[in-house]
Design a protein around this ligand. Sequence first.
Ligand code: BG6
Length: 510
Amino acid sequence: MESTKQLSLRDSRDRRLPLISPPCGLVIFGITGDLARKKLVPALYDLANRGLLHPAFALTGFARRDWDTGDFEDFIEKSVKENARTEWNESTWKQFSSGLRFVAGSFDDEDAFDQLAQTVKELDENRGTGGNHAFYLSIPPNSFSTVVGQLARSGLNDDRGNAQFRRIIIEKPFGHDLESAQDLAKTLQEVFAEEDTFRIDHYLGKETVQNILAMRFANIMFEPLWNSRYVDHVQITMAEDVGIGSRAGYYDGVGAARDVIQNHLLQLMALTAMEEPVTFNPDDVRVEKEKVLSAVRLPEDLSTTTATGQYSAGWQGGEYVRSFLEEDNIDPDSKTETFAAMTLYVDTRRWAGVPFYLRTGKRLGKRVTEIAVVFKRAAHTPFDHESTQELGNNALVIRVQPDEGMTIRFGSKVPGTEMRVRDVTMDFAYGHAFTEDSPQAYERLLLDAISGQSPLFPAQREVELSWQILDPVLRYWEEQGSPEPYRPGTWGPKSADDMLTKSGRTWRIP
Ligand code: BG6
């Protein structure tokens, strides 16, 4: 008889095989939105171009447009030509476009959903989608329950006792606090099983984010240092140089912490801090991430350990940009933060006393996402103070984007007769080490969702634990009133710098 360990090893080996989707259909609600146009549709085409979609794959758009199939095809073709990563290929397009369908209607229109059910049936009969369908909600969360209710009413969630699959794929925000996240989960759970619910956190689809696990657990040299004995602190930054653009409707009242920390940054932190999972199977990875999230502790005094900011008007990159409050459709009295930073602790033996500093913001110095593990200084060196004046802390920086890779910072002797030690860096860049381009996050996530692979999707419990961490901070900020203004192109408000200088540390300028 095979032992459990042997079985799990075999499972993880199977997961290395390139996936090819099963025959299936995908229905996108919100197909005319930015996300679908710029990311989802091009990612599907790229998958088809890479030979990873079953030839029977069919994409159905659902939207309130007076379109026929021809109009829809034109829209998809334009979106692919403008945004796909891989080259235009006539034969891929021929196969892909033959599976395009469009259903016009609003979310409360029962006839439109009946027509959608008809379309799905027709695809099963004529295209061979085999009764397997996934429904992607790229729509405002306040429409989730209407759409999910309609899917149930028209029988579109019926998987014939598991003989076929019917899945739901949702985009954040998963609620705006713990309570609303639980309400949302209840709405979904009435219609779809948890294992058929795929929550997208597109950061988890990024190659560099998956590489955190490869780097930590496939090597010997990092893990022995990965603990409070050697790590001084960890900085996780997700910075953007752009403002909110045309997303006022979504962003105002949501803010940087709900938009980015609740999901992307807490997931990055969980992957950085978690213990080695038994295998890379979804349940094993999830258990370890959940342990980290449930061990997170906020500092007692949030006034000195968190910071919020809102960008003001000013010059950035040679251009005068308006303030957040002057952006189209933003309430001129809005207290929404466009910058958020916080200190978190992970109360485990591995991480006792090590602060994790998380920060994110719009209109910052540049677009960059990185995880910097900053090590303690050597307890003793045989060099005098003069020799090591230019030596900082050793650090390992995982560059999630844009220059995907990793940098190690350490001290080295400066050439010459004196013994002077200065910081130098050693670099690994994806672009140099590998010839093939990294696929886009949505390629990986869409393929995994329609193939039923779920290690890269946060479970409901992770969503709830993340809100549990954030809710007290959000309540505290709300009591404090307006966030502190910061100039565009800088690294956020002064309070964010103070947060670190108080403990003798500084933020990295990435
Ligand atoms: C989204 C946020 O989740 O991530 C946006 O809602 C943000 O506000 C975006 O701009 C950034 O994604 P990426 O992949 O460009 O870092």
